[in-house]
Design a protein around this ligand. Structure first.
Ligand code: PEP
Length: 251
């Protein structure tokens, strides 16, 4: 049995006082979380240290939303793995579609970031997903296969144990359109099969694959009930404590 992992991607939202307010709301509603449910929050860089202090002693874990693959140096405005760790992060979202589309991040760059994160003891939440055009052209699986294969290039089997893959169809992010549970399950099963081919069935069986794309309290239960959906990466609905808690509950 795999754990269920619910992560909130706060994106470019919440200053420091707002961070404290949201965490206080989440903490107040998080009661009796079973050991097989993990909760991760990914606030902006500027809130990581505050968040790290505020979640001490709770089940909530901390993640960042991006990082650069170099150790240090002249990379203005970039953030290193070591900086994230020293601010209390355990996870880092890599390859989010907003990074791929708006900031032109390639599979090769994402792969370098994944390798650096793993080498630095940070756990990547590695996002993959097809655009609407790609889905309508019936190349979803081909796109996912390329993203997964190139993103994980050179990552040894031991590394996969520390990676979460998030399947996020781009057409479902922030749009209110959710992939149906059957549509999502089909791609999740495909990703697990691909990881079994690239590594082994045992490695694939342990892999956590989250679904992301307009997950809300009212659709979470059905999505999380699918055989290969092991959690959710939540955008919009993680910015309000009651909604985020409403997604954690069915998990
Ligand atoms: C996301 O950006 O990771 C996401 C899933 O956003 P939303 O839940 O708002 O669709």
């Amino acid at each position: 049995m795999r754990n269920k992992v619910i992560a909130g991607n706060w994106k470019m939202n919440k200053n420091i006082p707002e961070t404290a307010e949201l965490i206080s709301g989440i903490k107040a509603g998080l009661k009796d979380v079973p050991a097989n449910v993990e909760v991760i929050i990914c606030p902006p860089f500027t809130s990581l240290e505050t968040a790290s202090t505020l979640i001490k002693g709770t089940v909530i874990k901390l993640g960042a939303q991006n990082m650069y693959f170099e150790e240090s140096g002249a990379f203005t405005a970039e953030i290193s793995a070591d900086m994230l760790k020293s601010a209390g992060s355990e996870y880092v979202i890599l390859g989010h579609s907003e990074r791929r589309v708006i900031f032109k991040e390639s599979n090769e760059l994402i792969n370098k970031k994944i390798q650096k994160a793993l080498a630095s003891d940070l756990k990547p939440i590695f996002c993959v997903g097809e655009s609407l055009e790609e889905r309508e052209s019936d190349i979803t699986k081909k796109v996912i296969e390329t993203q997964v294969t190139e993103g994980l290039a050179g990552v040894p089997a031991e590394g996969i144990a520390n990676i979460i893959i998030a399947y996020e169809p781009v057409w479902a992010i922030g749009t209110g359109k959710t992939a149906s549970p059957a549509q999502a399950e089909e791609v999740h099963a495909f990703i697990r099969g691909l990881v079994a081919k690239l590594y082994s069935q045992a490695v694939a069986d342990k892999l956590i694959i989250q679904y992301g794309g307009s997950v809300k309290p009212d659709n979470a239960k059905e999505l999380l009930g699918q055989a290969d959906i092991d959690g959710a990466l939540v955008g919009g609905a993680c910015l309000k404590a009651d909604q985020f808690l409403g997604i954690i509950k069915p998990a």
